[in-house]
Design a binder for this molecule. Structure first.
Ligand SMILES: [Zn+2]
Length: 442
C-alpha cells in the first residue's frame, strides 16, 4: 500500500493550491481546481461510482454498498485540497527521509531551518518510519493532502477488496477550508451522507469531536480630523489613538491565545488599521462554551461603550457576527460517530485519544448543519509552516482506520437490527436526530 499512498501524496503536494482569503472567487484560487480535476480523474480511473465535480469545484464519488442488509447508514469521508495562506505552497519539493533516525533534520533550501525532536517531540514517535518534509522555503501541504491521499487510498482499498462489507460510502474533496469557506457551497443533499469524517488531524489515534465556538468582532472608530496645527482649537479626535486604547484595555494577561491553553477561550485582535479619521480593529472571540463566548462578547461591547463614553466626539461601533459552533453540542446527543471511530482506531491497533481543537474544522459547520462530522488523524504535524512533516506509516494507519470504520458502521447496524425497532432507512437529513441549534439560544 505504501508506495501508492506515498506517490499520491507526493504528486498532490507539488501542486500549488494555496487558498487566498482576499479572493472573491470560489474556489479562491485556480490551483485548487487543478488538483480537484486530477482527483476527479483518479477516482474515475479507480472505478469509483457517481464521480462528479460540482459547479463550485467539490469533487464527490461513491463506493457502492456491499452490505448484507438494507438500511446501513451512508457515511462520507472528506479532505480539503487547499493549503494555508500563512506560508507559501508554491514549488513544494517534498523530501522523503526513509527510516527516520530520530536526529535533527536540516533543509537544503534554508540552512538556518532545523526540525528538532527537542521542539517537535512527536518526531520521536516517528523514529524508524518514513517521513516526508518540504525543502525549507515552503510548507509541505500535509494539511490536508495527507487527508486527500488517505481518502483516495481508502477508495482504492474498498473497491479492490469486495469482501469488505460496508454501506454506501461517499467521498468528497473540498476547497478553501483554510479560509473558513470550505463548506459554503456544499450541498448536503448532494453529499447525501448520514455521518461524515474529515481526515485532517494529527498523531495516530487522534479523534477530534470538540472544537471552539467562534464569533468575529469588528470595531469601527470614527475620529475627527483637522490640520495638526489647529488640532487643539478645532478638536481633533485621533481614531488611531482610540484603537490603541481599545487594544490596551483587552484582558490580554488571561484571555489571549498566547496566554491561554486547554479549554480556556480568548479574545484575539487579528487586524488593526487606522488613521486620524477612522480606525478599525478586527478581533476573533473563541470559547468552548456558549456562556463563555457570550461573556467575551460582553467584554468587547463593554470596552466599546467605555471608549465611546470617554470620548463622546468619536463614534464607536461594534459589530459581532457568528462564525462557527462547537460540534460537541450536537455530537453529545448521539455519540455513535465518535464511538465507532474510537472502535475503528482500536481495531487498527492504535490507542484512541480525544483531542480538543482550539480552532474549528469544516466539521464544526457540517455538524451544525445536520451532518455529524468528527475529525480523524492522518498524521499531520507542524502545519502551516516550513517545518511541516508527515509519516507515511501514519497515513497508512489512517487508511486502515477508515476501512475498519466503514465496516463497523455496517456491522453495528446488523447488531442493532435484532434489538432495536428497525426504522426505515433515512436518506433525509438530519439522520441522527440531531437537535437543531440550541447553542445560540444560550
Ligand atoms: Zn486542515
Amino acid at each position: 500500500m505504501s508506495d501508492t499512498l506515498l506517490s499520491r501524496f507526493l504528486r498532490y503536494v507539488q501542486l500549488d493550491t494555496q487558498a487566498d482569503d482576499t479572493s472573491t472567487t470560489f474556489p479562491s484560487t485556480p490551483g485548487q481546481l487543478v488538483l480537484l480535476e486530477m482527483l476527479k480523474k483518479e477516482l474515475t480511473e479507480l472505478g469509483a461510482a457517481d464521480v462528479r465535480m460540482t459547479k463550485h469545484g467539490y469533487v464527490m464519488a461513491s463506493i457502492p454498498d456491499t452490505a448484507r442488509r438494507e438500511g446501513v447508514p451512508t457515511i462520507a469521508f472528506l479532505a480539503h485540497v487547499d493549503t494555508a495562506p500563512d506560508c507559501s505552497g508554491k514549488g513544494v519539493k517534498p523530501i522523503v527521509h526513509r527510516a527516520y533516525d530520530g536526529k535533527t533534520i536540516r533543509f537544503p533550501d534554508n540552512p538556518r531551518l532545523v526540525l528538532d525532536p527537542a521542539t517537535s517531540p512527536e518526531l520521536l514517535e516517528a523514529k524508524g518510519k518514513d517521513i516526508v518534509t518540504a525543502s525549507g522555503t515552503t510548507l509541505l501541504g500535509a494539511d490536508d493532502k495527507a487527508g486527500v491521499a488517505v481518502v483516495m487510498t481508502l477508495v482504492e482499498q474498498l473497491l479492490k477488496n469486495k469482501k469488505l462489507k460496508h454501506g454506501l460510502v461517499r467521498v468528497c474533496f473540498t476547497p478553501d477550508e483554510e479560509i473558513g469557506r470550505g463548506v459554503d457551497k456544499l450541498d448536503l443533499r448532494e453529499l447525501s451522507a448520514q455521518a461524515a469524517y474529515t481526515l485532517d488531524g494529527g498523531a495516530p489515534g487522534e479523534i477530534c469531536w470538540e472544537t471552539f465556538s467562534a464569533d468575529a468582532a469588528e470595531v469601527t472608530i470614527d475620529g475627527v480630523t483637522t490640520h495638526p496645527m489647529e488640532a487643539r482649537a478645532k478638536g481633533m479626535v485621533n481614531a488611531a489613538h482610540l484603537a490603541g486604547k481599545l487594544l490596551a484595555s483587552l484582558p490580554r494577561e488571561h484571555c489571549a491565545p498566547e496566554t491561554t491553553e486547554g479549554r480556556e477561550g480568548f479574545i484575539h485582535p487579528t487586524r488593526v488599521e487606522g488613521k486620524v479619521e477612522q480606525a478599525t480593529v478586527k478581533l476573533i472571540l473563541r470559547d468552548f462554551e456558549m456562556t463563555g463566548l457570550a461573556a467575551k462578547r460582553r467584554i468587547i461591547e463593554g470596552l466599546c461603550r467605555g471608549l465611546q463614553a470617554a470620548e463622546p466626539r468619536a463614534r464607536v461601533r461594534c459589530k459581532i457576527r457568528k462564525q462557527y459552533r462547537n460540534m460537541a453540542y450536537w455530537l453529545r446527543d448521539d455519540m455513535r460517530p465518535v464511538e465507532l471511530a474510537r472502535e475503528a482506531i482500536a481495531a487498527a491497533g492504535l490507542k484512541p485519544f480525544d483531542h480538543v481543537i482550539r480552532g474549528g474544522t469544516d466539521g464544526s459547520r457540517l455538524t451544525e448543519m445536520g451532518l455529524p462530522t468528527p475529525n480523524l488523524f492522518c498524521g499531520e504535524h507542524n502545519a502551516h509552516g516550513p517545518l511541516e512533516w508527515v509519516a507515511v506509516q501514519d497515513m497508512e494507519l489512517a487508511v486502515t482506520t477508515c476501512v475498519k470504520l466503514a465496516g463497523l458502521w455496517e456491522m453495528k447496524r446488523e447488531l442493532e437490527a435484532g434489538s432495536r425497532k428497525q426504522k426505515p432507512p433515512q436518506r433525509q437529513l438530519p439522520f441522527l436526530g440531531l437537535k437543531q441549534p440550541g447553542p445560540d439560544r444560550v
